[in-house]
Ligand binder design. Structure first.
Ligand code: SF4
Length: 447
């Protein structure tokens, strides 16, 4: 998972501060590396480094990166990808028609196949990035007009993606044919902004215009915004965006992330009534569902766990050792609220089971009488090959333990997962979602 953003200023505004603040808003989508490329009359300058927005940029670097077109990226690296600087994005390359800067959130499932074919015909690759394959595909069609070359390149890739390409005079953006990854368009004055989530627009005072449609390719240049290609298939937004990945203040495909989580909490209670003294949420993404649960049940919501705000998400730390250290320094029980009480603890998901086990243990050690765990997503049974780094199936606790066994393993007094139809209902009711990690039915198969 990554966060991508691009800005085109028709009025020649200096746009790197907007990318900078937009990347801050998207930081939850990845903190392994951060980068920005800026176009200044055909000259592309860029900075990309390992680390967060705060680590990588400062006033001097933002002032250096001057230009009216820019793209940015915050990167989460999967377990299998190298975490060195060479794999930081955006990828900036020169080809026959000038410079290209490319940034992508997602996973191209036929990436290795295309890369192999290209290497067989003499291409050399410097990174593990999907974007390098896309750059080579665009270069392959250099005899075509640039928009056509990008459309042809996009036509050859399969998977989940929100792609932004910056050239000397335009931004071209594309969303995968199923709309698995989110990508939205905003406007600030006459300037356009395109980003993984709408929370980036709010941060810089831009107005949300619309989402990029599944399979749509748009170009933003001096003439404004236009669609240059459409190849939609059945919409299958990653339902995990609504449960966990996206920020609650984002709107994705007309669905409020906050409301989806709130409704999921209400639905959890409707599916299983539980007697308890208070409802607490596991920070951060379990909080909204916990508030929904409290509203539906009439059980008061209370703060039960305090999070150290200066620690990143443990889910996106790649090794078990770091993840466990992260949990220990990240969360603390609020004894005053929980001592001697029966709790409903609402969390967004159980993946390996280690985090929830530690959380339950922490609450019990802090004096909770009972901990009833309620999860606002169904059991995660399958791994994701579409750009969310869930572990392989043998590490997914729900794939090798029953609910009763997990209850015992995590030390809870009871455990309940929302049903899949219940979750879909909470997320807006229609069925336009990828739910592959719950039911094994993926819109795009692994290659
Ligand atoms: S398999 Fe799961 S995590 Fe992956 S895209 Fe589908 S819903 Fe999202």
């Amino acid at each position: 998972m990554s966060g991508v953003i691009g800005v085109f200023s028709k009025d020649n505004n200096h746009v790197s501060p907007r990318i900078y603040f937009g990347l801050y808003a998207l930081q939850h989508r990845g903190h392994v590396s951060t980068g920005m490329a800026v176009n200044n009359n055909g000259f592309v300058d860029y900075i990309k480094e390992l680390g967060t927005v705060h680590d990588v940029f400062n006033n001097d670097s933002i002032n250096r990166l001057r230009g009216n077109i820019a793209i940015g990226h915050v990167r989460y690296a999967s377990t299998f990808e190298a975490k060195d600087k060479v794999n930081a994005s955006p990828l900036v390359v020169g080809y026959k028609k000038g410079a290209l800067a490319i940034t992508l959130d997602g996973s191209i499932v036929n990436f290795l196949k295309i890369k192999d074919e290209m290497e067989d015909s003499g291409s050399i690759f410097q990174t593990d990035l999907d974007t390098e394959v896309i750059a080579n595909l665009i270069a392959r069609y250099h005899k075509d007009e640039l928009n056509d070359a990008i459309v042809k390149a996009v036509g050859e890739i399969r998977g989940s993606y929100a792609l932004i390409v910056m050239t000397n005079d335009r931004i071209v953006a594309a969303r995968d044919t199923h709309g698995i990854k989110p990508l939205s368009i905003g406007k600030i004055g006459e300037d356009y902004i395109i980003a993984s989530e709408t929370c980036a627009f709010d941060t810089i005072g831009a107005e949300f215009i619309r989402d990029v449609n599944p399979g749509e390719v748009v170009v933003i240049d001096k003439d404004g915004l236009k669609t240059i290609h459409e190849s939609p298939k059945k919409r299958s937004l990653c339902i995990f965006e609504l449960i966990y990945l996206a920020r609650p203040d984002s709107i994705i495909d007309d669905r409020s992330v906050y409301l989806a989580r709130f409704e999921a909490g209400k639905q959890l209670y409707r599916e299983l009534d539980t007697k308890a003294d208070i409802v607490i949420g596991a920070p951060d993404s379990g909080i909204v569902a916990a508030i929904g649960y409290a509203e539906a049940s009439g059980i008061p919501y209370a703060e039960g766990i305090i999070k150290n705000r200066y620690i990143g998400r443990t889910f996106i730390e790649p090794t078990q050792e770091i993840r466990e250290q992260g949990v220990r320094i990240k969360l603390n029980a609020l004894k005053e609220n929980i001592k001697g009480k029966s709790l409903v603890l609402v969390d967004d998901s159980i993946v390996r089971g280690t985090t929830i086990k530690r959380t339950v243990d922490m609450l019990k050690k802090a004096g909770a009488k009972e901990v009833h765990v309620r999860i606002s997503s169904p059991p995660v049974l399958h791994s994701c090959h579409l750009g969310v780094d869930t572990p392989s199936e043998e590490h997914l606790i729900s794939s090798y333990m029953s609910v009763d066994e997990i209850t015992k393993e995590i030390g809870a007094d009871s455990l309940y997962f929302i049903s899949l139809p219940g979750l879909v209902k909470a997320c807006g009711g229609d069925n336009g979602f990828c739910k592959g990690c719950f039911n094994g039915d993926y819109p795009v198969m692994k290659e």
